[in-house]
Design a protein. Structure first.
Length: 432
C-alpha cells in the first residue's frame, strides 16, 4: 500500500496545471455509450475511478480504449451485448450507477447493482429509480440489483421533479430520456458544471435538450446519436483544492498560478468566501492566480448545491480555518456526516468540534505532523493540506483514496516546491 510523507513549512510558489474533471468525465463516458458509433473524449484525467468505470463499460461488450498518458478515451458501443453492471465493480464507485440510465436509454433494458453504503450516511438512489419509472420503465429490485425494462417500442418519456436536487439523478434521467420515443421534462434539475458539460456532449452527438444550466430541462427523444470528438472541462474541485493550498502555504504576496482552470466553475459562494479570507484571487479565461495574504481571515461557510459552496471542498476549507487566527464554522447541508477527516486533523492538533451537521474550528493552534488515516477522497486531501503547514512530517496512509480523484497530486505539489513523496508501506507490519 502507498502513503504520502509530507514535510511541512516549504512555501508554495510557481505554477502547475489542473487536470480534466473526474466528475464530468464519468457522465461523459456514460453518454458515449448512447452513440451508435465511436465517441472520443479528450482531457480525461489519469485516475483510478476512470479505470474502474472503463471496466464497468467494457463488461457490456463495449470497446473502451483508455490512454491515461494521452488523457484520451475512445468508446465504441456498437457491439454492446450485455446490458449489466455487476456489484463487484459498482461497489467500488457509485457513479457506475449511471449505467442504469445509459443502458435503459440505449437497450431498453438494464440489470445494474445498487451502489453499496457510504461512510457519510445514507446516499439513496430513490430519485434515480423514480426518474426511470417516470420515463415509463418497469423497475424491479432483485437480490441487490435494479432490473429495469422499457415497454415494447422503447421508453415513452415523461415528467419528474427532483427533491432534493441531485447531480446523479439528473444525469441518469437525461441518459434515459435522450433516446425515448417522446419528450420528457425534469424539474429542480442539478445545474453543476459537470451536468452542463455532459449535456453539451449529448447535444453535439445530436440530442435535443433545452434548458441546460437551468432548473428545468426539456428533452425531445431522438432515434440515434452520432459519433463525435469532445473535450472534457478542467476539474473545479482540484482547482479549489490547490487554491486553498496556495492560500495556506503560499508566500505572502507571491502568486501561485494554475493553468487549464475555469474559475467560473467554482461557483459564486466559493469565490466570495475565498476573497473574504484576504487571499488574493486573479483569474483569466483559463488560469487562476492566488497570492497568500499576511494573515488569513476565518470565514464560516454553508455547503450547498451549485452555485453554492461545494461540499467536495468543505474538508479542505476546515484546514484553511485551522490556519487562521480566528474561529469559524462549517455547516454541511448536502450529506449527513461528512466529517471523517476531523478526528484525523485533531491528531495533528487542529481544534475542531463536530455538533450535528456543523463543525466549529478554532484557529491559531500549532499544527503538528502525525500519522493519519485517509477515509475518503476529499477527507484524505485535507490531511495532505494540513501536512503542508504542519511542523515536522505527516504520514498520510491509504492514499488509494486520493488516487481515485487527484492525478499525480504529489508531483504537482512538488512542482510548487512542497516536500512530499510517495512510498510503499506494510499496513500490517509491527512498529520497529
Ligand atoms: C455528486 O454525487 C458527486 N459525485 C459528489 O462528489 C458530490 O459530493 C455530489 O454530487 C454533490 O455535489 C460525482 O459527480 C461522481 P447528489 P451524487 O445525487 O450525484 C441526496 C467527490 O468527492 N439524494 O447530488 O451522488 C443525496 O443523499 C464526490 O468527487 C437522494 O436523497 O450527489 C445527497 O444528500 C463525492 N436520493 C443529495 O441528494 C437520490 O436518489 C445530493 O446528492 C440521490 C441523491
Amino acid at each position: 500500500m502507498d502513503r504520502l510523507i509530507v514535510k511541512g513549512g516549504n512555501p508554495l510558489r510557481g505554477s502547475t496545471t489542473i487536470s480534466g474533471s473526474k466528475n464530468s468525465a464519468l457522465p461523459l463516458m456514460a453518454a458515449a455509450i448512447l452513440a451508435d458509433s465511436p465517441v472520443t473524449i479528450n482531457n480525461i484525467p489519469a485516475l483510478r475511478d476512470i479505470h474502474t468505470f472503463s471496466r464497468v463499460i467494457a463488461l457490456t461488450g463495449t470497446r473502451v480504449d483508455y490512454a491515461p498518458d494521452e488523457h484520451t478515451i475512445r468508446i465504441d458501443s456498437s457491439n454492446l451485448n450485455r446490458p449489466e453492471a455487476p456489484y463487484e465493480l459498482v461497489k467500488r464507485m457509485r457513479a457506475s450507477f449511471y449505467m442504469l440510465g445509459a443502458l435503459l436509454g440505449r437497450e431498453g433494458r438494464a440489470r445494474v447493482s445498487l451502489p453499496g453504503g457510504c461512510a457519510w450516511g445514507p446516499r439513496p438512489v430513490d430519485l434515480h429509480i423514480r426518474g426511470m419509472e417516470a420515463l415509463g420503465a418497469k423497475i424491479e429490485l432483485d437480490q441487490g440489483y435494479v432490473i429495469a425494462n422499457a415497454p415494447a417500442g422503447g421508453l415513452p418519456g415523461g415528467s419528474f421533479d427532483l427533491s432534493p436536487s441531485s447531480v446523479g439523478a439528473t444525469i441518469n434521467f437525461i441518459l434515459a430520456a435522450v433516446r425515448a420515443r417522446r419528450s420528457s421534462r425534469l424539474g429542480n434539475a442539478a445545474i453543476e458544471p459537470d451536468v452542463v458539460v455532459f449535456c453539451e456532449l449529448l447535444q453535439k452527438m445530436g440530442a435535443q435538450i433545452s434548458g441546460v444550466g437551468t432548473r428545468t430541462i426539456e428533452v425531445q427523444g431522438v432515434d440515434g446519436l452520432n459519433a463525435v470528438s469532445f473535450s472534457n472541462c478542467p476539474d473545479r474541485i482540484e482547482l479549489g483544492t490547490f487554491m486553498i493550498a496556495a492560500a495556506i502555504a503560499g508566500e505572502t504576496g507571491v502568486p501561485v498560478r494554475f493553468e487549464n482552470a475555469y474559475p467560473e466553475h467554482l461557483g459564486k459562494a466559493f469565490v466570495h468566501a475565498f476573497n473574504e479570507t484576504g487571499a488574493s484571487f486573479n483569474a483569466g479565461d483559463d488560469f487562476v492566480e492566488v497570492s497568500a495574504p499576511g494573515t488569513l481571515r476565518a470565514v464560516s461557510i454553508d455547503t450547498g448545491i451549485y452555485p453554492g459552496f461545494p461540499t467536495d471542498l468543505q474538508a479542505q476549507w476546515t484546514v484553511l480555518l485551522a490556519a487562521t487566527e480566528g474561529n469559524a464554522k462549517i455547516r454541511e447541508t448536502i450529506y449527513h456526516d461528512r466529517f471523517k477527516h476531523i478526528p484525523e486533523l485533531r491528531r495533528m492538533g487542529v481544534n475542531a468540534i463536530v455538533v450535528g451537521n456543523e463543525v466549529a474550528v478554532e484557529g491559531g493552534n500549532r499544527i503538528q505532523g502525525a500519522q493519519v488515516m485517509s477515509t475518503d477522497l476529499r477527507a484524505s486531501v485535507s490531511l495532505v493540506l494540513a501536512g503542508l503547514i504542519a511542523e515536522n512530517e505527516t504520514s498520510v496512509l491509504r492514499v488509494y483514496h486520493l488516487d481515485r480523484g487527484y492525478e499525480n497530486l504529489e508531483g504537482k505539489l512538488s512542482d510548487l516546491g512542497a516536500d512530499i513523496r510517495r512510498e510503499q508501506y506494510d499496513e500490517w507490519a509491527d512498529p520497529e
